[in-house]
Design a protein around this ligand. Structure first.
Ligand code: H79
Length: 454
């Protein structure tokens, strides 16, 4: 008996040591193959919904009768609202119109494959019941519900990947959290290491552990202010709870994560070596502002998605719900219209990879799925669009919007490079008419004129 319990103790010690080792060396243990595997669904998705929702939706951009410039979710910082005063917005946050099934359905109908929601933004307010801070939607509001749980159920039922945004460094409520521009209230002063250990790390543990085996798909860090390698390593061990969770590049401390995050901008070119995702607002704010009316058109939003897909990236498009729990009607309208385009043309987005052409001579883009090409035409020249350099013969050419066959001719230019001319359709789509080219063999593209010299 005695030797058995000794052996048990040895096993326990070895287990504890090996857990510690993998916590300390998790990043080094990672491999490119494993990263590719966890990025697979994300790369196929191409289109996701960002949701910025918190108690900043109560002031909705106005403080003491004044419209505060900048981003809605930054109002506490921009207006230098004292911590205790800002915290009072929680008592007014009662989003009784919130309906997780409807939110998920709106994303799904728009052709989105994943949702990233703010579990905690820079204001420090947790949108889930947290055991480590009462400044959360369960303990501090009359709402008494957990939107993350309701969303995780709705997402599971509707086949949507749920992901969480967590502001790990900036926290304007809890002592020791970072604040852009510096602290403005004594209550914010304190040790950042203590904040990371006692608030951020356990809360990251809560959102990683509590919402189902596949949630979160992505853990989306933001603004790595004052994050050193040592501070990042306070948070990193939590990731062992969800080895398949993808992370972005904003943890800080030199950790690159799995993908890059251009914000409010689309890169001029893609990146063959790194996954990337452009996040963007539909108007000029992430968190709801009652008077922001600078909405992008549906045409712009769809063409942005196409532009991004043609460069091999993802589009994470934002909605800022109100304090009642509703998407602004302008966002609902745009999601619906995007969905009408996606219903017919989604196969030219989902699961596609970047364009094989260095440049195009018309206003449009190209996406690819193996040996199929999707030619996206934003504006049709009367004489048709000319695609130069496609060597492979065409098996079929079909307009995705009505299933009709496209008329095309093939010829060579003066230097013998192949040129495919596709004639305009009977029914063009003012947003983007897509021609599906199923090739008669493996895709082969002649180098563009500019590339030949290289
Ligand atoms: O969550 C969203 C933003 O709140 C967050 N990232 C996205 C996804 C973000 N944090 N910082 N920034 C974006 C950029 C910084 C903007 C600022 Fe400002 C300029 C902070 C202070 C000056 C805008 C103007 C916000 C306050 C005043």
């Amino acid at each position: 008996m005695k030797s058995r319990s000794f052996a048990g103790l040895v096993i326990l010690v070895i287990m504890a040591l090996s857990m510690f080792a993998s916590a300390a060396f998790a990043a080094e243990d990672d491999t490119k193959a494993w990263q590719d595997e966890r990025l697979q669904w994300w790369n196929e998705a191409r289109f996701g919904l960002f949701i910025h929702w918190g108690i900043y939706a109560v002031p909705a951009g106005t403080y003491k009768g004044k419209q505060i410039g900048g981003l809605g979710e930054w109002i506490m910082n921009s207006a230098k609202i004292p911590v205790a005063e800002y915290a009072k917005y929680a008592a007014q946050f009662n989003p009784v119109k919130f309906n997780a099934e409807e939110w998920v359905k709106m994303a799904k109908d728009a052709g989105m494959k994943y949702i990233v929601i703010t579990a905690k933004h820079h204001d420090g307010f947790a949108m889930f019941p947290s055991k480590v801070s009462p400044f959360n939607i369960y303990d501090a509001t009359p709402f008494k519900r957990d939107p993350l749980r309701e969303l995780s159920r709705a997402c599971r039922a509707q086949g949507m990947k749920l992901s969480f945004y967590y502001s790990q460094a900036q926290d304007w409520h809890h002592a020791g959290g970072a604040a852009a521009g510096g602290h403005w209230d004594k209550a914010q002063d304190g040790s950042m290491d203590k904040y990371l250990t006692e608030i951020a790390a356990p809360q990251v543990g809560e959102i990683l552990a509590n919402y189902g085996p596949r949630v979160p798909g992505v853990l989306w860090w933001d603004t790595p202010m004052d994050m050193t390698k040592e501070r990042a390593e306070i948070l990193l061990p939590q990731l062992k709870l969800k080895p398949f969770a993808i992370t972005n590049n904003r943890l800080g401390g030199g950790y690159a994560g799995d993908f890059d995050t251009p914000e409010q901008t689309i890169p001029a070119a893609g990146n063959k070596h790194r996954a990337w995702e452009t996040c963007m607002t539909m108007n000029d704010t992430w968190g709801y502002k009652s008077y922001d009316t600078n909405w992008k058109s549906t045409t712009t939003l769809v063409r942005n998605l196409v532009d991004i897909a043609s460069k091999g990236g993802n589009y994470l498009l934002n909605v800022g719900p109100t304090a009642k729990g509703e998407f602004p009607k302008e966002s609902v309208k745009r999601l619906k219209e995007i969905g009408q385009w996606m219903e017919k043309n989604g196969k030219a987005i989902h699961g596609t990879t970047a364009s094989p052409f260095a440049n195009l001579s018309f206003n449009g883009r190209c996406t690819r799925r193996g040996d199929s090409l999707y030619v996206h035409v934003f504006e049709w020249p009367r004489e048709g669009v000319k695609l130069s350099g496609l060597v492979t013969p065409i098996g079929s050419a079909t307009f995705l919007n009505d299933g009709s066959k496209a008329e095309y001719t093939r010829a060579g230019d003066a230097e013998g490079a192949p040129i495919l001319t596709i004639m305009p359709p009977a029914h063009s789509d003012p947003i983007d008419t897509v021609v599906e080219l199923i090739l008669a063999g493996p895709l082969e593209v002649a180098p563009a004129a500019g590339e030949k010299a290289k």
